[in-house]
Design a protein around this ligand. Structure first.
Ligand SMILES: Cc1ncc(COP(=O)(O)O)c(C=O)c1O
Length: 383
């Protein structure tokens, strides 16, 4: 599977001029990115700059309430407030070792843009972020944070002015500037080598969580749960447990419901198609891509998830905006931990599983913290 083929999903569906730079990137990743020397530097940055390892937290109040042991992997405690920094440190280090002097990235919620701006500052690389105007307006603070750290933010007005349009704009920039620019893709999406490279950089999440569960309980959990936008925090959690007898659950942005015409759930309610250089699951043209969380608001999904769905390794469900908001509030009240709206989808799915009595021990990836979502939440809850 080293060529990025996930049982017929994935691959590299790009215009001819992008083939060669992607070949060079794949070679750099395989030869340099996987070397012991590179990995040692990467680990140092994860510890010293990003704050790894993150804690595994036993959510005792929720566990008691639902009569199941619920554990949270606290990626929300990383520098920047989300798992995105694991990937941006890895790719920026690789770009810097390959002699590039410019980073570009797309962003939806702004978390990946912020994490790219951090890595750009750390490695002293020029950084330009593409963000849909619609997202820039609902995540103003993140736009300001990016600019404060020296990144240029380009607001994209074409199409629906959302994440998919930002990806298109970034791909165009990359096509015209392949010599000096690295396109720092923010999830396990896009043409090869991005899905496998981003997965490897994010797999530190599951590696740590697996060891922490064994240390703490002497056993592995029965289930691992994560929200799925492009799918990087979920794959990052699942990868280390791939060969274990553990159920995987992915929670997509169900918006107003998978049967409505406003959702972002290509796995639970989509079709096979090609988007942004990969073959994967994509939501239908008649659907308005929508989720209350900007980070799940994407029409496609990483090809490895499409494969997991096809072979039955992971069960994907569409969690609606209302269900996610209820879990957002419940975790805040029960444990004093305010999750990102994206992560709240995973929490909601975990609570449903606990309620159904399906599993005794459930590990949930808390991919980010909720600070960026206060305005959205304040408009929903009359407190
Ligand atoms: C906190 C958080 N969780 C999850 C996601 C979704 O991305 P992915 O599915 O790649 O983990 C985002 C995207 O912006 C995010 O900010």
């Amino acid at each position: 599977m080293s060529d990025g083929d996930f049982e017929g999903y994935g691959g590299r569906h790009v215009p001819e001029p992008l083939e060669e730079p992607l070949d060079r990137l794949a070679a750099a990743y395989d030869e340099v990115g996987r070397s012991e020397q590179f990995q040692a530097k990467f680990r140092d940055h994860l510890e010293e700059y990003a704050g790894r390892p993150t804690p595994l937290y036993h959510a005792r109040n929720l566990s008691e309430r639902y009569d199941a042991e619920i554990y949270l992997k606290r990626e929300d405690l990383l520098h920047g407030g989300a798992h995105k920094i694991n990937n941006t440190l890895g790719q920026a280090l690789l770009a810097s070792e390959a002699g590039k002097d410019r980073l570009i990235a797309e962003t939806g919620a702004g978390q990946h843009g912020v994490a790219t701006a951090m890595a750009g500052a750390l490695f002293d690389l020029d950084t330009e972020i593409y963000m849909g105007k619609k997202d820039a307006e609902r995540q103003k603070m993140n736009v300001f944070r990016m600019r404060l750290m020296g990144a240029e933010v380009n607001e994209v007005t074409r199409g629906g002015a959302g994440l998919a349009d930002a990806v298109d704009a970034a791909l165009e920039d990359f096509g015209g500037n392949v010599e000096d620019t690295h396109y720092l893709v923010g999830s396990v999406v896009g043409p090869d080598p991005f899905p496998r490279m981003v997965r490897d950089f994010q797999s530190v999440i599951g590696e740590e969580a697996r060891e922490q569960m064994l240390d703490r309980t002497g056993e592995l959990p029965d289930a691992a749960v994560a929200c799925v936008g492009g799918g990087s925090n979920a794959i990052g959690l699942f990868h280390a447990f791939r060969d274990d007898d553990i159920a995987f659950y992915g929670a997509e942005g169900g918006g107003e419901g998978p049967d409505s015409d406003r959702h972002a759930a290509p796995l639970a309610a989509g079709e096979d198609d090609v988007i942004h250089g990969m073959k994967t699951r994509v939501i239908g043209e008649d659907v308005d891509v929508h989720s209350v969380s900007a980070g799940l608001d994407y029409p496609g999904v990483g090809p490895e998830h499409a494969m997991f769905r096809a072979v039955g390794r992971c069960e994907y469900a569409a969690v609606t905006d209302d269900e996610a908001l209820a879990a957002f509030r419940e975790l805040s009240e029960a444990e004093g931990v305010i999750p990102a709206l994206e992560s709240s989808h995973g929490v909601a799915r975990a609570l449903q599983l606990a309620e159904d009595g399906e599993h005794d021990t459930i590990l949930v990836n808390l991919s980010g913290r909720g600070d960026k979502d206060m305005e959205t939440a304040a408009a929903k809850f009359d407190l």
